[in-house]
Design a protein around this ligand. Structure first.
Ligand code: GDP
Length: 359
């Protein structure tokens, strides 16, 4: 499955956040047989639609989609030069599908900031610079080989041209992800350049920042078009200690949040990875299945079982909203609201589906 790699400067709250991510009983309960690696935090994607479907179908349980975060310990300045464990960090980042950078915006005189003060823009630049330098090294190593290949095979020219263009973009201090409209990134896919990965920014904030609408907007703008999430990692850890809803609500209210930050983090992570869900429901379970945005009906069937994809015939589809409006599957059927979709159908988030397939 796709993962987000958590990075950030030392002392920004990565471990605190990661510990909260790994202490999720909802996931443990639903995936008892899943082997979860110690450095992977799996968070359920909150989805109120599942409860509604479970009610409608008298389902025994609900199974949400999940998002996986991988802990990539302390990327520090100099990582791209192989300082310390740098190369291992970079290898771990290479394996992640997106990068989740934790940025400190909380004030606490007891917690030392590596660069002396709280400076979100500076933190972002530090990480970007390390990734840019690493990509430059990759390109400098690959370019001579690519030049040679392009001389004898002209079908290799586009890859060379894109690689040269990528080098120029990095030279100007920009990430390839930020410049994706200017360059054909598919042509350099085989180089697995780090700065092509989508970014998500988590601002580890204190109550003052969480309540400061203008500050939040400014930080959101700073990282746009990437997603920004605001939370207090310490509060998130405390929330998981509480077992009644009333105390959870009170603690959230005390810092001006309407829901746990892990919820928004899960949604933003899912979005950053380019994923969406479709839904199935029956007496056994109401469930959200993970597919990429733009997936077709047979690909969606494949999320349940590869046999479903191979033997795909049709999908019976209704949007969640239409189903709720109809009141039941039977009512939706008799009102002619269920659509029969073939193999070219592109799935929408929230489609409620029954597949027809050959086995
Ligand atoms: P890491 O080095 O990025 O993994 O940072 P840690 O999670 O170890 O946090 C560094 C220190 O900051 C610890 O003493 C945490 O208790 C503290 N810390 C983490 N998050 C917050 C926060 O949101 N507010 C405050 N005041 N302290 C925090």
């Amino acid at each position: 499955s796709l993962t987000l790699g958590i990075v950030g400067l030392p002392n920004v709250g990565k471990s605190t956040l990661f510990n909260a991510l790994t202490r999720n009983e909802a996931v443990a309960a639903n995936y008892p047989f899943a082997t979860i690696e110690p450095n992977v935090g799996v968070v359920p994607l909150p989805d109120a639609r599942l409860d509604k479907l479970a009610e409608m179908f008298s389902s025994a349980r609900t199974v949400p989609a999940t998002v996986s975060f991988v802990d990539i310990a302390g990327l520090v300045k100099g990582a791209s030069e192989g300082a310390g464990l740098g190369n291992q960090f970079l290898a771990n980042i290479r394996e992640a599908n997106a990068i989740c950078q934790v940025i400190r915006v909380f004030d606490d005189p007891d917690v030392v900031h590596v660069d002396g003060n709280v400076d979100p823009a500076g933190d972002i630049e530090t990480i970007n610079t390390e990734l840019i330098l690493a990509d430059m090294q990759t390109l400098d190593k690959a370019l001579p080989r690519m030049e040679k290949e392009a001389r004898t095979k002209k079908e290799n020219r586009p890859a060379l041209d894109s690689a040269k263009q990528a080098r120029e973009i990095l030279d100007s201090g920009r990430t390839l992800f930020a410049a994706q409209n200017e360059i054909d990134l598919d042509a350099v896919r085989e180089l697995s350049l780090l700065t092509t990965k989508p970014f998500l920014y988590v601002f580890n904030a204190d109550e003052g920042v969480l309540r400061d609408q203008a500050r939040r907007e400014a930080l959101t703008k700073l990282v746009a078009p990437a997603d920004a999430v605001f939370l207090d990692a310490k509060v998130e850890a405390e929330l998981l200690e509480l077992d009644d809803e009333e105390s959870v609500r009170e603690l959230l209210e005390s810092v001006g949040q309407s829901e746990p930050g892990l919820y928004s983090l899960a949604r933003a992570g899912f979005h950053t990875l380019g994923l969406q869900t479709y839904l199935t429901a029956g007496p056994k379970e109401a469930r959200a299945w993970t597919i990429r945005q733009g997936a077709t009906a047979p690909e969606a069937a494949g999320a349940i079982h590869s046999d479903f994809q191979r033997g795909f015939i049709k999908a019976e589809v209704i949007s969640y909203e239409e189903l709720v409006e109809a009141g039941s599957l039977a009512a939706a059927r008799s009102a002619g609201k269920m659509r029969m979709e073939g193999k070219d159908y592109v799935m929408h988030d929230g489609d409620v589906v029954e597949f027809r397939f050959n086995v």
